[in-house]
Design a protein around this ligand. Structure first.
Ligand code: NAD
Length: 367
């Protein structure tokens, strides 16, 4: 299958946030379940790079859900999206009137695609409005916020899922199988890195700690953390980290490159790293009787995988389409997502611990 979207994330960041101009081209809840054959309506909250470049196009390929509405602070963007995706006026909200979505039966699922500092608020507002929620990664600014989001969704009896698209991607799924089922014996080494050379404008929310919660670790490192966890199928107990900054004036508030060692209960150590200065995207695994890995591992272009027996030769898929279709099925059957809020929380506990380790210079427990 051809590459779904040839624009890389880096290209988009260079171009800055997409404006309206760019768009021209380019009830009671467990009891009520949508009919099994009804396509569920998704509303995207925040119409920036990821919504425009990936999620909306992916929603043209979904079979269980469709793009029913949007939530945006920009009237011009609302008009452009309405035209491009044939959206009904009543399904277009802004951040102020968003809570009225509770009265809108067209919208079953709210997908939060905003700067990280806004994830908690909009997830909780969506759940209180009676909607199921997908929240983008990283789930929130810290683990405490994740806990509040999980509690609010439980209280509202709504499902919460995190936008971890790689749990639906064949090569990453194969790594989970090879690692967790010891197909080449026990895993003896994991090394993974994810990053890109950030050249975006200095106004980006990604560079403001209050909005992003941190730099490349939050944005890109979360994939490396995930990769280690799902290769082993275990949870780390401690971490030691160090960082480097080549452009301290640019990355004033947030981390540029971080290296870490994740310690698992057996004493096994997985090495990982994140960067806004290096084009990394790999997961290399060694096991007792062979090796396997991915490179590129985590992007939305082609993913390539190898094992000691040769290339993986698995299909390229539209990650986000499979991810959203699966969540729609979860909603239809009132079934927990394979990437629920608890999965985001586990990663944020590790992220919190990495930042604590940077502060202290010590090996710190993940709690
Ligand atoms: P972006 O900056 O391109 O878009 C953010 C959107 O939020 C914009 O539409 C902007 O108008 C809106 N917004 C509302 N209030 C804002 C404010 N106060 N400041 C800045 N923007 C504001 O960002 P993005 O790249 O689309 O990222 C959005 C989310 O999606 C982030 O959580 C990011 O980590 C996640 N993401 C996930 C993936 C993935 O592969 N799963 C890829 C890219 C981004």
């Amino acid at each position: 299958m051809k590459k779904f979207n040839s624009w890389s994330r880096r290209d988009f960041l260079r171009a800055g946030t997409i404006g309206a101009g760019a768009l021209a081209f380019g009830n009671s809840l467990s009891a009520f379940r949508p009919a099994a054959n009804k396509k569920l309506g998704i509303a995207l909250v925040g119409l920036g790079y990821y919504s425009y470049g990936q999620l909306a196009p992916a929603l043209q390929h979904t079979k269980n859900c469709y793009l029913a509405g949007v939530v945006t602070g920009h009237p011009a963007k609302a008009a452009a999206w309405k035209k491009q995706y044939n959206l009904a006026d009543k399904n277009i909200y802004n951040y102020e009137n968003f809570d009225q979505v509770k009265d809108n039966p067209d919208i079953d699922i709210i997908y939060v695609v905003l700067p990280v500092s806004m994830h908690k608020e909009f997830t909780i507002r969506a759940a209180r409005a009676g909607k199921h929620v997908i929240c983008e990664k990283p789930m929130a600014l810290n683990a405490k916020e994740c806990e509040e989001m999980i509690t609010a969704c439980k209280k509202a009896d709504r499902l919460l899922s995190i936008g971890y698209r790689l749990h639906f991607e064949p090569h990453n799924l194969e790594v989970m199988r090879l690692g967790q089922q010891h197909i080449y014996g026990k895993v003896t080494s994991i090394d993974t890195g994810n990053g890109f050379n950030f050249q975006g404008n200095t106004d980006s929310w990604r560079l403001k700690k209050a909005m992003s919660g941190g730099g490349a670790l939050m944005d890109m490192g979360i994939y490396s953390i995930q990769g280690s966890r799902y290769t082993l199928g275990q949870e780390p107990v401690a971490v030691k980290a160090r960082q480097e900054k080549t452009r301290p004036d640019f990355f004033r508030e947030v981390d540029e490159t971080i290296f870490w060692e994740l310690e698992f209960p057996s004493g096994f150590i997985a090495t990982g790293k994140s960067s806004y200065n290096n084009n990394w995207g790999y997961l290399h695994v060694e096991a007792e009787r062979g090796k396997f890995g991915l490179e590129p591992a985590y992007g939305y272009g082609e993913i390539e995988g190898y094992t000691s027996a040769g290339p993986m030769n698995l299909p390229q898929v539209i990650h986000q389409a499979l991810q959203m279709d699966d969540f729609a099925e979860c909603v239809r059957h009132n079934r927990q997502s394979r990437v629920p809020g608890e999965e985001g929380l586990k990663d944020m506990k590790i992220v919190d611990a990495i930042y604590r380790s940077l502060d202290s210079g010590e090996n710190v427990a993940i709690i």
